[in-house]
Structure formats: structure tokens, C-alpha cells
Design a protein around this ligand. Sequence first.
Ligand code: ADP
Ligand code: MG
Length: 244
Amino acid sequence: MEPLLKIRDLTVKIGEETILNKLNLDIDRHQNVILFGPNASGKSTLLGAIMGFDNYNIISGSIEFAGKNLLDLKPDERARRGIGLMFQHPPKIRGIKLNQLADLLYGDNKDPEEKNMLVKTLNLEYLLERDLNVNLSGGEIKRSELLQILLQSPKLLLLDEPESGVDIENVAVMSKAINRYINRHKVSTLIISHTGYILDYIEANEGCVLYSGKIICHEKPKRIFSDIKEYGYEECGDCRDKER
Ligand code: ADP
Ligand code: MG
């Protein structure tokens, strides 16, 4: 069966700098992938390119989602096809309440109980009437952002370091909502993790590493994380060279 997301020979530049270099990645249906990689290796760039943000210059290669080419589509069209990206740093918007946006994103034709359940799981009831992300703590912003993404019913969930700036309790709360969503709707995820904390909570079945502009290594996420902790990312390069 065709993978849900299929990336082939993707080369992406920011300005003159080549960030991703002939990168290949497949994500199957109902597959949960954790992406590791050194700081500034291009992890956020990869998610931005999948989402179609215009500061990422696609030089060559292809990105297909559910068998269709994505590269000609704008970010909102990609979102409508079923790709949801949780930002590392979501914006604050005065004058828009979380609940207003939540209703807009969820639409009228879905089960309101499901929305209520998500709000409850993410412990967001008390924030619904507040302005979006204004004067919220790091954990509150992340939980609010996750709600907005899940309400859009994505088939592929892209999470950019969901645990950054968030305490362990909030990581546990967010992971509960993510696991519930993944299992209920049999969706796929690509989750960037720097700290690895999320591994104790999210049921991910594959890990990979972004290194020198390419995806290298496909292994159990916990195995990759413990090797990175023990040997550092430099060894990833050596290990890749040995595999050749
Ligand atoms: P990661 O998420 O792995 O830490 P990024 O994808 O954010 O890395 O960044 C990859 C590289 O691209 C970094 O060297 C970063 O400084 C650079 N970069 C990212 N965004 C921009 C931008 N808008 N302008 C210039 N350089 C950028
Ligand atoms: Mg990043």
C-alpha cells in the first residue's frame, strides 16, 4: 500500500543555504514516527516544507500525501487535505477567544461531545473565554495549540517539539490527548523530539534521525534516544557511513 506521506529526493534551501539535501521519508497510515536530530539540522524546516510555508525554497524532489502531489498547494489547502502542524512558537492574538477559534476549526457537522472531551482531556475549560495565547504560560499555550490542531481532524499530525518549554505534567496531559486521537482515528504522526521526554508517553513505533540534510537510521525510538545520549549525534554520521 502507498505510504500516507512520501518524500523523495527533497532538497530545500533557505536563502543560499541548503538545509535538506535529497531527503527521503515515508510515513505509513497509522504509523507514529519520532524524528530526532541535532540543533539546527533542519527538523522544523522539514515540517515547514511539508506544510508549504514560503520561506522554504524547494529546489527539487517531491512530497506526496495520500498519493497526491502537495508541492503546488498552499498551506491552507494542505491543512484541508488533512495535514496539521503544531507550531513550536504559536502566535498570540488579542480579540479572538480560544473557544471562538475552536468552534471555527471544528465545524458544525461533527460530534460536539468529541470536542468537549478534547477540551476536558487537555484541561482547557478555564481558558476557553480567554484571548488566544495572551498571557498564558508555556504549558497552557501548548495545550491550547494542540486542541486547535486536533479539532481540525488531521490525518497526519506534525508536532514540532511539543515538550519544549513544558513541564512533565503538561507533557503527560498532551500525550494523553495525542494517544487518544491517534488510536481513535488511526492517524499518523511525525513528532520532533529534542529532549526525548515524550517517549515515555507517546506510543511511537519508529524513530529516525535527521543528519546532514538526510534522514538516516530507522530504529525503535527508545533505542535511538539512548544511543544519542550515550554517543552523541556525531556517531550517527559514522554509523551511517558504515552502513553504506
Ligand atoms: P531545527 O529545527 O533542526 O533546530 P531549523 O529547521 O529550524 O532547525 O533550522 C535549520 C537551519 O536553517 C538553521 O541553521 C537555521 O538557523 C536556519 N534557518 C531557519 N529558518 C531560517 C530563516 N527564516 N532565515 C535564515 N535561516 C533560517
Ligand atoms: Mg526546530
